[in-house]
Design a protein around this ligand. Sequence first.
Ligand code: GLA
Length: 393
Amino acid sequence: MNVLKREVFRLVIISLTFFMVQCKSRQAINKDILKQHLSTEVTIEKVPYGMTPNGDKINSYKLKNKNGMEVGIITLGGIITDLIVPNKEGISENVVIGFNSLEEYLKPNPYVGAIIGRYGNRIANGKFSIDGNEYQLTLNRPPHSLHGGEYGFNRVVWKENEVKSGAVASLKLSYLSKDMEEGYPGNLQVFVTYTLTQENQLEVFYEATTDKKTVVNLTQHSYFNLSGDFSKTILDHEITLNSDKIVAINDNGIPTGKLEDLTHTPFDFRTPKTLGKDIEVKNEQLKRGNGYDHCWVLNNAEKGKTVTATAYDKTSGRLMEITTYEPGIQLYTGNFLKGNLPMREEGFYEHRTGFCFETQHYPDSPNQKDFPTTVLRPGENYKTKTTFKFSIK
Ligand code: GLA
């Protein structure tokens, strides 16, 4: 009997110990999951950035993921001030041109990092008609209008509409562009949402509605240098562009109306080629753009899914892949950078130390019947998205 009791007692003790060990390891697993969960969060942090001469407070938002990627955005112009991406050694560096103070961003500059609107790119003579009504825009690049006019969306103060963090972090900015601002008809309510994912993707989602027929063509004007070293030009970046044609331009950067086949021209990036390889070749279109400053017609079979453009910097190993819902992309090789914009620490951004990939509708579409339309009507929702994905190759 005693033996039986002892045996039962022994079994109870064994089961209890087993149960306790189980509980402990479950707790440990739960703790691990929690830790993992915290580190998979993409965070967002708000910091005051300064004040404009009109007394508008400007904030800076920092979106950060667990891979060492970080995006800094300010509410002035929705400007991307920082885009910090790891290289092949895991060292995170800034890959966009930026300044170190609000004062610099307030000075006239070539759209550094900003949201461009109401119309990205040029409108010939700053004129267009809708339903027989002619509109005259501000001629900020006389005799034409560029990037929305004198006070385009790059110079206005955006409101913080929504801030989210978790599996992804996002900042939704809003701006109400009043009827006839810079000459454009209709009150245009615009939203731009920047999202950083854990997969090192930066998504830019644009939305707009209007109360009068108008034209809209929004884009982003960050200058990339994937080497992270802005003392170097971008000429050894290897580029691909999934495109067979460019929008040919005249001496003023205005489309001639022709979409030119790029076979056997310096514009062919269907197989990887460095920006520098053909940039000095004798070619009429290159001369007109002072280098590459053209809109490529994208073979965008599956909009938003097909990678339409890539840029690769061998030394750092950084690869940037672009997907977009837009029919075109303006590749601009920083031809007008001329050493007068100060770098973050010391020195100046020299000629061709940054390039832009501006996803967009074609330039001057409001005056070109054969180009995809940029007209937005009341009741319609303008929605378009471009994703910049970073990885190591
Ligand atoms: C765009 C234009 C260029 C130039 C830059 C900014 O890319 O196409 O001509 O204006 O913006 O300087």
